[in-house]
Design a protein around this ligand. Structure first.
Ligand code: ATP
Ligand code: MG
Length: 565
């Protein structure tokens, strides 16, 4: 392709809200263009990259035996009412009405569509398993669309859904999808980790996420330094820490102005671990809300996703001082003894005693509080694993790393098939709901993720499989006939050899400008045809290292083939 014929509107301007390198460089490189909040157009170079990623995903899904389909981007709201998600999806689900006043949604995901497609068409266990996928536009009215393609409202996702007659077969497919995803991210040239993930309200026994390791990642991943354990912090576990604080009787102590754990710690001369922290939140449910107190060790932090799951709530929000008072909770002095508000206690505090907690009275704490004296306590895993904690698998040290979620696979079970009455007949002729799995890849997010992991201060550095072109032939001065002629010859030679090449033949662009574009656009190699041509030499520039080597004109093809091998 000739640069002069390709629409590549590079610019020096960076949008004000572009904090991530990928967002800045994809805009500046003319890969994408923003048209609204979280809505992007792909320009020619961006479209080439998007399609390369899409093709790899398609090839690997096809290899795994999945069938490609395409669901309507618009689905009737009635399908979402059948599954129950019309009420649980919240504001991310964009609804609208047509001229006949019928309600529709823009698909944020397609469990309902796929169940609707398969229902009454697959009737027997003999027709299972089945895995259907599409690579199609999604719309989620995200509360905070940001970071360019990373968190858009409209984005491209590969979503697959599998159907099985039993759990074992679902697990087999789930493992096959894990392997398939590993192949995809490996082919894309990415450093990634498979991590245990939160299954949220979907439930089910297994859920794994695929994270591209990058310091700008929005997710915190907990990894073990000595075994392969890795989990999203929302789901991470640690080895339980044991404490013994002695077994004396409950006592109320005056603790003036000791509202924080630190104040209690220093006033009563106890360790943080011996104190109990109360975190007060408002839990939002489908049919209302309530104030809930979460009790964790004073040295721990609450993990909000875990806390939300403990209640099966839609979300947790902060509460105002007035709301706390109204609920009858004494802020700063809230404890589990004689508390008349819903509360959940962290698993690690189960049956603990000798604890210090608020006395539910201004300026007072209890010492020697004993959870064993309470009836029907709801225990749940509530805490965020901290760096330095011990691994529950091998007792190695846990630490944090940052990741970009590029894929998520779920064992769904029968949630959607049951809700939507989608059944098959088993070996005994008995009707049963399909056992399902679902599997997503963030195709457009990956365009950004590749750059988050591969860039420098000058611009993009595409990986082999994602580069829009492998080689950029830069004609130093396109007005010089000899340079242009040699460049043309090299261009044809490389093309014939199957190397994807762009020829920067722009007559009115200076050499420095062309080099700047090469660095910004991130093609893996440049061939500079310039002054050294008189000595029969061409310069090969490696975009990653920016190293330059002189190569004899007659050896250029050989050299390039060797480099890209
Ligand atoms: P996140 O936690 O980042 O919001 P999610 O859990 O909502 O992601 P899934 O519903 O599992 O995501 O969707 C499958 C994949 O689609 C994700 O792994 C991610 O790569 C991609 N994805 C999800 N939301 C967006 C978005 N707003 N913009 C771009 N890609 C997205
Ligand atoms: Mg999301």
């Amino acid at each position: 392709m000739k640069f002069s014929r390709l629409f590549i509107p590079t610019t020096k301007e960076t949008p004000n809200d572009a904090t991530l390198a990928s967002h800045q460089f994809l805009i500046r490189g003319g890969f994408i263009s923003q048209t609204g909040a979280g809505i992007y157009d792909f320009m020619p170079l961006g479209k080439i990259v998007l399609d390369k990623i899409r093709n790899i995903v398609k090839e690997e899904m096809d290899n795994a035996g999945a069938n490609e389909v395409q669901f309507g981007f618009v689905t009737p709201l009635s399908l979402w009412e059948e599954s129950g998600r019309a009420t649980t999806m919240g504001n991310e689900l964009l609804r609208f009405k047509d001229r006949k006043n019928a309600s529709y949604v823009l698909s944020p995901t397609n469990e309902e569509s796929v169940v609707n497609m398969v229902k009454n068409r697959v009737n027997s266990y003999k027709d299972l398993p089945l895995n259907l996928y599409q690579i199609n536009t999604k719309f989620r009215d995200e509360a905070r669309p940001r970071f360019g393609l990373m968190r858009g409202r409209e984005f491209l996702m590969k979503d697959a859904y599998s159907f099985h007659s039993n759990e074992d077969d679902l697990v087999r497919e789930f493992n096959l999808m894990e392997d398939t995803y590993k192949k995809i991210y490996t082919r894309l040239g990415l450093d990634f980790r498979v991590v245990e993930a939160d299954s949220g309200a979907i439930g089910g026994s297994g859920s794994k996420e695929f994270h591209i390791i990058a310091s700008s990642g929005e997710d915190t991943i907990v990894v073990c330094d000595s075994c392969s354990y890795a989990a999203n912090i929302e789901a991470a576990k640690r080895a339980v820490k044991e404490y013994n604080f002695g077994n004396a009787s409950l006592e109320k102590i005056k603790t003036p102005n000791c509202k924080t754990i630190e104040e209690v710690e220093s006033f009563l001369k106890v360790s943080k671990e011996q104190t109990v922290k109360a975190v007060i939140k408002k839990a939002i449910f489908e049919d209302g809300s309530k104030i809930v107190v979460f009790f964790i060790r004073g040295s721990d932090e609450l993990e909000e996703t875990k806390a939300t799951n403990s209640l099966n709530a839609l979300e947790l929000i902060d509460v105002s001082e007035d709301e706390i008072k109204e609920a009858g909770v004494v802020a700063g002095y809230c404890g589990f003894v004689n508390l008349d508000v819903n509360f959940v206690v962290d698993n690690e505090l189960k049956d603990s005693f000798g604890l210090v907690c608020g006395a539910n009275e201004e300026n007072y704490h209890f010492i020697n509080a004993d959870l064993r004296t309470l009836k029907d306590v709801k225990y749940f895993d509530l805490v965020a694993v901290q760096e330095g904690d011990s691994c529950s698998c091998c007792s190695g040290k846990l630490s944090y790393t940052k990741g970009i979620e590029a894929g998520h696979i779920f064992q769904l079970g029968t949630k959607y098939s049951s809700a939507m009455n989608a059944n098959f007949l088993d070996e005994n002729g008995k009707a049963k709901p399909f056992v399902m799995g679902c599997y997503g890849v963030g195709v457009s997010r990956l365009v950004a993720a590749v750059i988050e992991q591969n860039h420098d201060e000058k611009g993009c550095i595409w990986t082999r499989e994602t580069a829009p072109f492998m080689v950029d032939i830069i004609v130093s001065n396109s007005k010089k006939e000899e340079e242009s002629k040699i460049a043309d010859e090299l261009y044809n030679k490389l093309k014939e050899a199957g190397v994807s090449t762009i020829l920067d033949d722009r007559v009115n662009a200076r050499f420095g400008f062309k080099m700047g574009d090469f660095e910004l656009l991130g093609f893996p190699y440049a061939l500079v045809i310039g002054k050294k041509l008189e000595e029969g030499l061409v310069e090969v520039v490696d975009r990653k290292t920016l190293e330059k080597i002189d190569v004899k004109l007659e050896n250029v093809l050989e050299k390039i083939l060797e480099l890209i091998k």
